[in-house]
Design a protein around this ligand. Structure first.
Ligand code: NAI
Ligand code: 15L
Length: 266
């Protein structure tokens, strides 16, 4: 049992999911976001702060023995907001962790670090970074920060390249990338219960028949995802037109992120 587990990004989609389901892992849940959150319930602490504010992040991390880092820009955006939340925010988080005893971190990385691999490729932890967006580049930075602090200070981080964590897939691509909420929660339990973690890449994906990603290199973690997106295929076939197979969106694993132009700051 952890003493105090910090969840950043607690006002977001996965923040709300984890807030409602991780209470049994910890004596106290500390919840943080730049946005407003529901008031603290019993066993909870709520702290509103900007990840770009180093002093605030330092106080946020003090006293925590685990961190589920979900906070930040979660889709493609202009560079400035990404710079503050996903680049400066990551530096602030790792510096704070270093000064407060290196609590274990789950970093919510993304499949968009490898989004420019083609869909006929099968990937594992040795596959090259091929980001498909400024957002994807910021997640590559986050993974590299984690590795740097692992080598220098022994900081442990699970680099979870989340696919698409939603109640169910909403397009055909997500038949490959879907991570069920239940499988995400069971993964978080495995990460914080493991006696040793290191700094592994873990693809956050359910046991989908048509996945592109291979997690055999982390079988020692004991995570066995249970859900399979095939149960939703007929519904998608009936309701969602697939994209033109010659389009960028359909060729690459990152889908729409690969097809989007880079947004400029003005
Ligand atoms: P979300 O956008 O719903 O939540 C992110 C939260 O971070 C928001 O509540 C936002 O207010 C907060 N945030 C943004 N900038 C901040 C700042 N400067 N300081 C403090 N908080 C800030 O995203 P979601 O879907 O809950 O995803 C959570 C994490 O998982 C994100 O890091 C995302 O990149 C990652 N992820 C999610 C996937 C998914 O399928 N939901 C897939 C791949 C990665
Ligand atoms: C992500 O990284 C995003 O945070 C999420 O909103 C989804 O779009 C997901 O990837 C995806 O690729 O489906």
């Amino acid at each position: 049992m952890l003493k105090r587990l910090l969840i950043t990004g607690a006002a977001g989609g996965l923040g709300k999911l984890t807030r409602s389901r991780l209470g049994d892992m910890t004596e106290t849940l500390r919840l943080s976001d730049i946005a407003e959150m529901a008031p603290a319930a019993k066993g909870e602490e709520v702290v509103q702060c900007d990840l770009g504010d180093a002093a605030a992040v330092d106080s946020l991390v003090a006293g925590c023995d685990g961190i589920v880092h979900l906070g930040g820009i979660s889709v493609e955006d202009r560079f400035r907001p990404i710079l503050n939340a996903n680049i400066l925010g990551l530096y602030n988080l790792y510096e704070a962790a270093r000064s407060h005893g290196c609590p274990r971190i789950l970093f919510a990385s993304s499949n968009h670090v490898i989004g420019f691999h083609r869909r006929d490729e099968h990937l594992d932890d040795t596959s090259s970074f091929e980001p498909d967006s400024l957002y994807g580049v910021s997640k590559c930075f986050g993974e590299h920060m984690a590795r740097l602090y692992h080598h220098k200070y022994g900081q442990e981080t699970a680099l979870v390249r989340i696919g698409s964590c939603l109640p169910e897939p909403v397009d055909h691509r997500m038949l490959s990338t879907w991570l069920s909420p239940d499988d995400f929660i069971s993964l978080i339990h495995c990460i914080f219960r493991s006696p040793r973690l290191g700094c592994p890449v873990i693809y956050g994906v359910s046991a989908n028949d048509c996945t592109w990603w291979d997690n055999r290199h982390v079988s020692w973690l004991g995570w066995v995802p249970k859900d399979n997106s095939e149960q939703f295929r007929a519904k998608l076939d009936a309701n969602v037109p697939p994209p033109d197979p010659r389009s960028t969106e359909a060729i690459y694993q990152g889908g729409k992120f690969a097809a989007q132009p880079i947004l400029t700051d003005d």
